[in-house]
Design a protein around this ligand. Structure first.
Ligand code: DX5
Ligand code: ZN
Length: 227
């Protein structure tokens, strides 16, 4: 993975058909996805459950782009090796998931992959300052994590702007997760984001049998972001 700040659309498979992840991923990549965003939830850190390392490993072979794994779990450290073995390109942990996020980020990078830090809407981005040199990506949550299809929290746009200023020239992606659509995407891109996670706004209206809407939805977000 080479670093650049071009806009990347990362469909979240949380909004895909859970019985058909392989073909859903292939369809959404063929329709223009830049990365694939994989939401892991534990029913403890967030009030919802999705899947664990065996499923992530099984879908890896269907991903030709970048597998971006968002861990909404606590604790994180006992599972890092399993998600690295599953083939994550980027492994993102929440600042709020435990008291030793610095150690977690070191461990992810030490395993030879990219490390991401996610921040809940209630966390000031300034809390990430001491950790930025251990991060390849900071994920600013624009919903409270746990579910797809929630409303974008507008006050996070100012947090993205402040984070972008803090990062300066460092090669750190700013990812936005939650409520991204053609209306909200331009606001966060103007504030400095380059990776846009979108679940419902990408998968709505389409299916494996009818994937063209995936492409239309991705292009709509991309065009709105570059306007
Ligand atoms: C929320 C997840 C998101 C979610 C986004 O907890 O981390 O990745 O799938 O879904 P939308 O785009 O529908 O808000
Ligand atoms: Zn996510």
């Amino acid at each position: 993975m080479t670093f650049d700040r071009s806009i990347k659309i990362a469909p979240s498979i949380l909004s895909a058909d859970f019985a058909d992840f392989g073909r859903e991923i292939e369809a959404v990549e063929a329709e223009g996805a830049d990365w694939i965003h994989v939401d892991v939830m534990d029913g403890h850190f967030v009030p919802n459950l999705t899947f664990g390392p065996p499923l992530v490993k099984a879908i890896r072979k269907h991903i030709k782009t970048v597998m971006d794994v968002h861990l909404m779990i606590a604790p994180v450290d006992p599972y890092i090796d399993a998600f690295v073995d599953a083939g994550a390109d980027i492994l993102t942990a929440h600042l709020e998931a435990g008291p030793h996020t610095h150690r977690t980020l070191q461990a992810i990078r030490g395993a030879g992959i990219k490390a991401g830090l996610a921040l809940n809407p209630g966390t000031p981005v300034e809390a990430a300052a001491p950790l930025l040199d251990l991060c390849d990506l900071v994920c600013v949550m624009t919903v409270n994590p746990g579910f797809g299809g929630q409303s974008f929290i507008e006050t996070q746009v100012d947090q993205v702007r402040r984070l972008r200023a803090m990062i300066g020239d460092r090669p750190i992606h700013i990812e936005i997760d939650g409520g991204v659509d053609p209306t909200t995407a331009p606001k966060v891109v103007a504030a400095g984001a380059d990776v846009l996670v979108a679940g419902s706004a990408v998968f709505r209206g389409g299916s494996v049998a009818n994937p063209a809407p995936y492409g239309e939805n991705i292009r709509a977000i991309r065009q709105a972001s570059s306007a």
